[in-house]
Design a protein around this ligand. Structure first.
Ligand SMILES: *Cc1c(COP(=O)(O)O)cnc(C)c1O
Length: 367
């Protein structure tokens, strides 16, 4: 599909299955009138995901945020939780909404994940867990984080929202830590309109996660926990099942475009791209570019692209510890690398149906 060169280019565009494929999936729902509460599609989708993501335990949720929030609740954490300020609002909000206290660890300037060298110094006797983010699909230093967590008896909960389908030496990324959260939001590499999942190591978490996403209800006469409504409905699961059939093809298309970006932008003085990790099967979710000592600032590049109706995104800016809602409570100065990167980074448009000519045009403007 050729794009009109004057049409606006968004930073992302949801992938959709052929309409007939989805409509076909809807027919049984009209027959059964079973629309939510763990129906047949919910169960089928869950099994298919376990196999695709190469993980043993999985629970589905209405969205990624509820998945994370309820996973933290299920683990009965207390006190402080160490996390990164360089993420989407959801990561810290999920901690705070559980009555826990976030402690921000800075990121490393190479792949923008948690700086493991600074992690141990932040652990106190009140720390109960670490919530790192595999940001842009860049895997955290999972081995080192696990060593530190084991030494101090801490839980590890990964925000794996960006890592759908990624593998590290053939192992599904959801197998790391105690719990990982995936997001299937419409803007992600893979989606179920809205949706999310939790993968977990300890099979005993299964019942608790299930109960918490259903109001804490145990049976018709007993409510044991203060749960929420976190259930994925059948329309979401049906979309997920359809998209799962096409996701490898979508990732393949993204890979080709990411390679064009890399060919054109790598090696340019003042422009920095994330390193590729040969041990990782990447999903090419994002194209983050850092402008550090480049002849144009990040904001200048952002403006010039906007004038050409190309919408890049300042992702992540501001850092979470600089949000208005956390004013007076946290301070961006405690994480200087994250603060600096958030002012230098831009994610460029990347989605399966973007055409190569547009990527070239974007690179022309950046350069
Ligand atoms: C998208 C996202 C989430 C939240 O997922 P939703 O499905 O939108 O609720 C959490 N963390 C990160 C890093 C994300 O990008």
């Amino acid at each position: 599909m050729k794009e009109n060169p004057n049409a606006p280019v968004a930073v992302t565009r949801s992938s959709l299955p052929p309409l007939e494929e989805y409509v076909e999936m809807l027919k049984p729902l009209w027959e059964s009138a079973w629309l939510t509460n763990m129906g047949d599609y919910h169960e089928a989708f869950k099994e298919q995901l376990k196999s695709y993501l190469k993980i043993s335990n999985l629970e589905l949720f209405v969205n990624g945020h509820m998945a994370l929030e309820l996973a933290l609740q299920a683990m009965e954490l207390e006190g402080e939780v160490i996390t990164t300020p360089f993420s989407f609002a959801s990561t810290t909000h999920a901690i705070v909404r559980n009555g826990l206290e976030p402690v921000f660890c800075d990121i490393n300037p190479v792949d923008y994940t948690l700086d493991v060298e600074k992690l141990e110094g932040l652990i106190t006797e009140r720390t109960s867990a670490i919530v790192p983010v595999h940001v842009y699909g860049n895997l955290c230093d999972v081995e080192r984080i696990q060593q530190i967590a084991d030494k101090h008896h801490l839980k590890v909960v990964y925000d794996a929202a960006h890592t759908f389908g990624e593998e590290w030496e053939g192992k599904g990324v959801g197998e790391f830590g105690d719990v990982s959260m995936f997001s299937f939001h419409a803007t992600k590499v893979f989606h179920s309109i809205e949706g999310g999942a939790v993968s977990y190591r300890d099979a005993r978490l299964s019942d608790r996660l299930y109960q918490l996403k259903n109001f804490g209800i145990m049976d018709s006469e007993r409510v044991e926990y203060v749960g929420a409504n976190g259930k994925m409905n059948e329309f979401q699961a049906a979309m997920g099942i359809c998209n799962l059939r096409h996701v490898d093809e979508e990732i393949g298309k993204r890979k080709k475009l990411a390679e064009v970006y890399r060919q054109r932008l790598s090696g340019v003085k003042g422009i920095r791209l994330c390193p590729e990790n040969p041990k990782v099967r990447s999903n090419y979710a994002y194209m983050p570019v850092v402008f550090d000592g480049y002849r144009k600032s990040r904001d200048q590049v952002f403006q010039e692209l906007a004038q050409a109706h190309i919408h890049a995104r300042k992702y992540f800016y501001p850092c979470i510890n600089h949000y208005t809602c956390y004013k007076g409570r946290f301070n961006e100065n405690s994480t200087p690398v994250a603060a600096r990167i958030s002012r230098q980074i831009l994610t460029l448009p990347l989605y399966a149906d973007l055409d190569k000519e547009t990527v070239d045009r974007i690179c022309d403007i950046v350069l």
